[in-house]
Design a protein around this ligand. Structure first.
Ligand SMILES: Cc1cc2nc3c(=O)[nH]c(=O)nc-3n(C[C@H](O)[C@H](O)[C@H](O)COP(=O)(O)O)c2cc1C
Length: 400
């Protein structure tokens, strides 16, 4: 926060008084704060409060007779981050639609820096489908939105819509900012595989596994936010890829292998997070197989070992493999590290219910050739992704 230029946009909700405390917290952290208020916001607290706190005129008027001739662009360009607190249903709608109707909405439309929006409103306004659509649109546009808290509303009853306390808002912004601002993967090309592959049996049946794709998608999201150029080769999954990531959808192990090889030569970091089926049918049935016998035996043949193949072809790439084990984690993972010629192996114990397949958390053992295994402890898949990139950057540095 130190010396950061924060543009604080205040719209007209009952929680405006909390924005004054947030402004003070920013200033205490060493940030420089300038405030813009909507007409409605000034009905709740006068600009004088914010002028006193920030030692700067408050922007209220798009066509001001004083100061800069284009004040909304002046504020937009001056800022390193934009914070909208409290954000009314109205300003969310304007931002989602790109409406520039007054000083605040126009300056926000002209702002390219990261935006942090803290909605606060009546629970029925928050639940309204129009507000839901606007919030979803803002998130798609890359705006950071803090969910309102559930609690006692100004209306005198409990509901979701209350603005979180200023300290919580500050912690949220600092946390989100840390990942937004560290662009230490800029210039790196990262090739990822995610999800499980599926192997057809006949036109209606297939063999699958329990991979949700969450780890691979977290790796894509984190790499993207740290500035990398990301190509994600994904098996079928319900997940939505982060904006800006090149996604190549595949179904079978052989399709995945072909795409990984096609993008391998120019990649810097290559991470095989997909759960690739080890076997496929020797021959896929062309027609749906009728259920006739009491038993049915399928003839399976080995699929290509993509990770091993990538290990054999390795040049400048740093290669990462995942090992999902249910027994003797360290032993199996160490063997895999050597056999597949990978630089970093992420081993999980998938027999644990609280981590691994389908969950939001993970706990892994990170193995490299010449360092002792590092136990990560339980953390979110995003945190683990960050740790993996930190280790890869270290390995890349050691090579220089
Ligand atoms: C007493 C009072 C409290 C209000 N509180 C909120 C609120 O918490 N959130 C909200 O979205 N709108 C609230 N409104 C409605 C907004 O002030 C109104 O929609 C206004 O047009 C918002 O304008 P702005 O987005 O330009 O600030 C409140 C209105 C009144 C009269």
């Amino acid at each position: 926060m130190k010396n950061k230029h924060i543009a604080l946009y205040i719209s007209g909700g009952i929680a405006v008084y909390k924005a004054a405390m947030l402004a003070r917290l920013f200033i205490k952290k060493g940030a420089k704060v300038r405030v813009a208020m909507t007409k409605a916001a000034q009905e709740f607290v006068t600009p004088l409060t914010f002028k006193g706190l920030t030692h700067h005129e408050v922007y209220t008027d798009l066509f001001s007779k004083h100061g800069s001739p284009v004040p909304h662009i002046e504020l937009a360009d001056w800022s390193d981050l934009a914070v909208v607190v409290p954000a009314t249903a109205d300003i969310l709608a304007k931002m989602a639609q790109g409406i520039a109707a007054d000083f605040v909405s126009t300056a926000l439309l002209a702002t390219e820096v990261p935006k942090y929006v803290v909605p606060a409103m009546n629970n029925k306004m928050w639940a309204n489908p129009a507000t839901r659509r606007n919030v979803a649109q803002l998130k798609t546009d890359g705006v950071n939105v803090l969910e309102p808290a559930t609690g006692f509303l100004a209306e005198g009853y409990d509901g979701k819509g209350r603005m979180p306390e200023p300290e919580e808002i500050l912690t949220w912004i600092e946390g989100t900012q840390a990942s937004n601002f560290a662009k230490d993967l800029a210039g790196k090309k990262i090739l990822l595989s995610a999800g499980g592959t599926i192997e057809p049996i006949d036109p209606v049946r297939y063999l699958a596994n329990r991979s949700s794709g969450k780890m691979g998608y977290a790796l894509a999201e984190v790499a993207q936010s740290r500035g990398a150029k990301v190509t994600l080769v994904s098996g079928p999954t319900a997940l939505k890829a982060p904006k800006g990531v090149e996604v190549i959808n595949v179904k079978t192990a052989r399709e995945m292998e072909a795409e990984m090889l096609a993008h391998y030569a120019t990649a810097d970091f290559v991470i095989m997070a997909a759960a690739v089926a080890d076997y496929r049918l020797a021959q896929v049935y062309e027609q749906k197989v009728k259920k006739v016998g009491e038993t049915w035996q399928l003839n399976l043949v080995r699929n290509p070992d993509i990770l091993k193949h990538l290990g054999e072809l390795k040049q400048q790439q740093l290669l990462v493999g995942f090992a999902a084990e249910t027994t003797e984690l360290v032993k199996h993972a160490t063997e895999k590290l050597r056999q597949k010629n990978v630089d970093l192996l992420v081993a999980n114990d998938v027999s644990r219910k609280d981590i691994g397949f389908g969950t939001n958390d993970n706990a892994a053992l990170l193995l490299t050739r010449d360092k002792a295994p590092q136990e990560t402890g339980k953390m979110t898949k995003q945190q683990l992704a960050n740790l993996i990139y930190d280790r890869l950057l270290e390995l890349a540095k050691e090579r220089e």
